[in-house]
Ligand binder design. Structure first.
Ligand SMILES: Cc1cc2nc3c(=O)[nH]c(=O)nc-3n(C[C@H](O)[C@H](O)[C@H](O)COP(=O)(O)OP(=O)(O)OC[C@H]3O[C@@H](n4cnc5c(N)ncnc54)[C@H](O)[C@@H]3O)c2cc1C
Length: 240
């Protein structure tokens, strides 16, 4: 993909030969963003976070938490996060430490059942429902390496901007990435939505208020981390 500032807007050219033209190009294309490199070809590559991640959906397990409350357990050997949905199903994810970055295809070569076996060992000594949830999950999601973007020196130019993980991917254990992405989306929409008298998007800082650091609103959510050994939690009102 390529993109060009024509002076009157941005022309994006896609790999399939198609083109699109608009006032602005907003890159919401995740941690391995293409738009980030269009804005700054020297942008730092995402850093491997030293963790691999999987997850799943478990039914029939009773967990002691309210829907909407995210429980995060910093276990002895691995991190475990879970959330009860309104229908009682439990959505969970697991972050397993791994020092070296996996080679391409390496994680995918391990079956879900093998990951299940390994995770049951990892969480065996931890309090909390990790073992029950993993056992009750029909299908373990593919394991993937986690990357983060700790700092991005340049995240917009006059007509292009990256938002969400493309600009600032945090570790999943922060529980903040989606929230931050939504917070990015609000000023982007407010600066460009039709109901308002449209500004002349002569430059991105004018069209997208949030692209000026000084005008960015404060975060709408916070995470509190408490130290824990075999069982503990953070980011939930119940354990503050
Ligand atoms: C296990 C785990 C748990 C998490 N838990 C939480 C949590 O509790 N709370 C929280 O706030 N955040 C959490 N996060 C983080 C959250 O998922 C991300 O921060 C969020 O999804 C980022 O949203 P995004 O739209 O910026 O990027 P993404 O969700 O990555 O979306 C980017 C999209 O762009 C598409 N794309 C990429 N390149 C192209 C291209 N060239 N052309 C077309 N499409 C393209 C991708 O396919 C993808 O659909 C968690 C993340 C993980 C991995």
């Amino acid at each position: 993909m390529a993109a060009h500032d024509t002076g009157a807007g941005v022309r994006a050219e896609f790999d399939d030969g198609s083109e699109a033209f608009g006032d602005l190009l907003i890159g919401c294309d995740g941690v391995h963003s293409t738009v980030r490199r269009l804005i700054d070809p020297t942008a730092p590559a995402p850093s491997y976070a030293g963790l691999i991640n999987t997850g799943g959906y478990a039914s029939g397990v009773s967990v002691d938490t309210e829907p909407g409350s995210y429980e995060m357990i910093f276990g002895k050997r691995a991190f475990f996060g879970y959330l009860k949905a309104d229908d009682g199903q439990v959505w969970w994810f697991s972050n397993v430490p791994r020092r070296d970055e996996p080679a391409r295809g390496e994680l995918a070569a391990v079956s879900g059942e093998e990951w299940r076996r390994r995770m049951l060992e990892l969480y065996a000594e931890d309090a909390g429902p990790a073992v029950s949830l993993i056992e009750a999950t029909p299908e373990i999601m593919p394991m993937t390496a986690i990357h983060s973007i700790p700092h991005l020196p340049r995240w917009h130019n006059d007509r292009m901007i990256v938002v969400g993980d493309a600009a600032h991917a945090p570790s999943p254990s922060s529980g903040q990435g989606a929230s931050l992405s939504i917070e990015d989306g609000v000023p982007s929409a407010c600066g460009t939505c039709p109901p308002r008298k449209r500004r002349s998007p002569s430059s991105l800082p004018n069209a997208v208020p949030g692209s000026s650091a000084s005008s960015r609103p404060p975060p709408a959510s916070t995470t509190t981390r408490r130290p824990a050994r075999s069982a503990g939690c953070s980011a939930t009102p119940s354990c503050r």
